[in-house]
Design a protein around this ligand. Sequence first.
Ligand code: URA
Length: 434
Amino acid sequence: MRMVDIIAKKRDGKELSTEEIQFLVDGYTNGSIPDYQMSAWAMAVLFRGMTPRETGDLTMAMARSGEQLDLTSIPGVKVDKHSTGGVGDKTTLVVAPLVAAAGIPVAKMSGRGLGHSGGTIDKLESFAGFQVERTREQFFQQVRDIGVAVIGQSGNLTPADKKLYALRDVTATVEAVPLIASSIMSKKIAAGADAILLDVKVGKGAFMKTLEEAETLARAMVDIGSQVGRKTVAVISDMNQPLGFAVGNALEVKEAIATLAGNGPKDLTELALAIGARMLVLGGLASSVDEGRGRLEEIIASGKAVDKLAQMVEAQGGNKRDVYEPDRLPQAGLTAQVTAQQDGYLAGIDAETVGHASVVLGAGRLTKEMPIDLAVGIVLHKKRGDRVRAGEPLATLHANDERLLQDALKDVAEAFAYSSEQPPEQPLIYKIVE
Ligand code: URA
């Protein structure tokens, strides 16, 4: 087999065989296929697309390119959750302990933040002493003992995807839907998921800017799931404005704890229940979404959801007091407010702008190596559709550097759009694809 023939076949819009796809993934992973040939192939895919069968084959070849977790020693249906990334998206911090308290085993690998969207692993490190690197045995044992563990992604998982994603990033081929879908799904499958719940974000702060794009990606991933025998459901949710009020690591952890205790923002609570209830259905612990939701609401009211997070924090080296007394979490030294420039209604809060401002403050990183400040970030006081009066606080910025604070203040002020009339309500969840 020759890579040049595979490139030509895809260039001409023909369907590649399972063997051809295996050959290119193997060859690229072991270095016998060079970057320039893989780039040409990725560009051909961008223009020509891939059939569901090809996309399924690519996913499985990438999933098999490195370590694959075998979670069979953990009893129960392992349901993984993945978000395509957003601003203020702390849903995993809520959903993981919540569904674990309901009996779904959660053995989850999560990522760090990059660019304007944050990562669960960084947020968890707001708990002093929290260990995100565990041996396989420690990871599995913790899930067997308390039902939940969230750790950093193994370096050996899907090396083919790691290499291909880096190449796509510099060859303008990230946007190819079959490549995005197989990239995400290969990681979930290699991480051992029996079933997968996807939160596909759509809007200004998301990778997918339109509902149509988000639906195409969601459909591609759900189809891959059914091709490869992993039941997959996608929730398409709004990322035009940040989720909840808090953006920034420790600030988001505090908001997640409040949500687990039943005192969280309406949108975050609603999304966590919608996702969690569907995970219960996927795991066979509820026969309908309504039943699952009712169960999760009871767990929140009973205090068991917060207790589960406390157990997880303790099992991974942190102090559970930080969960019950969140003021012990990192706090920034400086604060400043952005106030409303006029009377009226908030027509929008640009999630991407707020995300970038949080990076300016030091809450996120622009390169993988950048250190982050866990304490800093932004807390909104108003959301889209709220009535505001000139001079009223719209957001509080938490910072540890006066110059960065001044820069971020300007950015955050620009994130708010005003209107003299109340804007129409925007859905939080646009669609469920299954
Ligand atoms: N996230 C991924 O993991 N892969 C992509 O290709 C895009 C977003």
